[in-house]
Ligand binder design. Structure first.
Ligand SMILES: Cc1cc2nc3c(=O)[nH]c(=O)nc-3n(C[C@H](O)[C@H](O)[C@H](O)COP(=O)(O)OP(=O)(O)OC[C@H]3O[C@@H](n4cnc5c(N)ncnc54)[C@H](O)[C@@H]3O)c2cc1C
Length: 389
């Protein structure tokens, strides 16, 4: 595949690199799963936005640069190579924003996107429920019609970043009729709501290292005005599913992140092999480091091909499940290799590799589990018969 870029694309890359070199904090920010780290990452989002780099693929009128997918991939490579902070606004920028571009009103885009770009409003995704994860359509949280809007009730769970976020988006059962007739995907409505509205209780949930990376949300007659319904009432499933392609596919996990991590792994291997002849002699470990570099480069080629097909008007559809299974298993293997290189030192909760490992462990689960993705690949891409459910 020819991965040469045009002069304009190289100029774009150089501009991103120069800005990042001048602005990326010299020391890593505290973990964004802490109150202090969340606040620091919010300030960083504001700086990125001031430079025009917080949402490069959006139209300029909302704070973007109208960048196409190729430029966005170049930006991401530069972003991670520069060691820039993780994006606390990821849910908003990569999930809600594309949904608003496809289904929102102009009023919603003008109101919601600029404060999302600056980090002033940070969004959480509120889809999962205690009894509705892989089988999301079985969700039971309700939206009931009231004067000028809707009342939300029920419980959402595993909502990433919701411990410190400002607003959330989710799907709710607005018409129980179709579900009672065995058509649970119908009668759902996509709504945005305020996490500090009366009737919302946010209960933080600690992950393996104790940091509140998620929250449970308890909703008790929470009022949401009509202007915060995305698309038509009853169309929530179709709207939500258009965003899952983004979540599983390249926009959630661009190759830049893995190329940078693989480079860091090679540096770690060099440091460790200088310090210990045992590391140099361990050919299995060396092979795993090489596999990480090969995997990151292969993923780069795969996503470049996907971006080119999208630019030609193709719809990747179920193919985004291939991305999801690949990046999640790859990320975990890469972090396991780093921890094996570090030995007991890697288990310190403050090491970036340890935090990355805890996050990578969840990769095969979030954004739709890998078992479900393999079912999608088998049925929709390979045409194999449906499995027993
Ligand atoms: C780090 C992390 C972040 C998350 N962030 C969010 C968030 O921000 N917002 C949000 O709404 N949700 C979030 N989630 C929830 C996530 O989407 C769900 O955990 C996931 O969809 C699985 O649902 P479940 O946990 O209910 O497991 P279940 O659906 O109960 O699945 C349990 C196991 O059974 C398997 N299984 C289930 N059904 C089938 C089937 N038909 N065929 C084969 N195997 C099957 C699954 O693959 C899994 O291994 C997050 C989860 C994690 C771990």
């Amino acid at each position: 595949m020819d991965l040469s870029y045009t002069a304009e694309e190289e100029e774009f890359r150089a501009a991103a690199r120069a800005w990042l070199r001048a602005h990326v904090p010299p020391e890593p920010l505290p973990s964004l799963e802490t109150a202090e780290g969340f606040a620091a990452h919010r300030v960083w989002e504001g700086r990125l936005a001031a430079g025009g780099w917080s949402a490069v693929s959006w139209p300029e009128r909302y704070g973007g640069r109208d960048a196409d997918l190729t430029r966005w991939l170049l930006f991401e490579e530069e972003y991670y190579a520069a060691g820039a902070p993780g994006r606390v606004s990821q849910n908003g920028v990569s999930l809600l924003a594309p949904t608003l571009f496809a289904y929102g009103t102009e009023e919603q885009r003008a109101r919601v996107l600029p404060p999302m770009a600056t980090g002033e409003v940070i969004w959480a995704q509120a889809w999962s429920e205690p009894e509705a994860g892989s089988d999301l359509a079985s969700l039971t949280s309700r939206a009931v019609r009231t004067d000028g809007g809707w009342l939300l009730s029920g419980q959402k769970t595993w909502s990433s970043r919701a411990a410190f976020a400002d607003r959330a988006f989710g799907i709710f059962r607005s018409d129980p009729g179709p579900a009672a007739e065995g058509r649970p995907h119908r009668g759902l409505t996509y709504l945005m709501f305020d996490l500090r509205a009366p009737g919302v209780t946010v209960r933080p949930v600690g992950r393996l290292d104790g940091r509140p990376a998620f929250a449970e949300l308890f909703l008790d007659d929470v009022f949401v005005p009509d202007e915060d319904v995305v698309g038509e009432p009853g169309q929530g499933w179709r709207i939500a599913m258009s965003a899952t392609g983004n979540e599983r596919g390249l926009t959630l996990r661009s190759p830049g992140r893995f190329l940078a991590a693989a480079d860091r792994l090679v540096r770690l291997w060099r440091e460790r092999s200088e310090a210990s002849a045992g590391v140099t002699a361990d050919s299995a470990l060396r092979d795993r480091v090489a596999d990480a570099v090969i995997g990151a480069r292969a993923y780069r080629l795969f996503t470049a091909a996907g971006a080119a097909r999208l630019a030609e008007g193709a719809d990747l559809g179920a193919e985004s499940s291939l991305n999801k299974v690949f990046w999640s298993t790859f990320d975990l293997a890469l972090h396991e290799t780093a921890l094996d290189l570090l030995g007991p030192e890697g288990e310190s909760a403050d090491s970036a590799w340890a935090e990355g490992y805890v996050f990578a462990l969840a990769g095969p689960i979030y954004a739709g589990t890998n078992e479900i993705q393999r079912d999608i690949i088998a049925e929709r891409l390979l045409g194999l018969p449906k499995g027993r459910r």
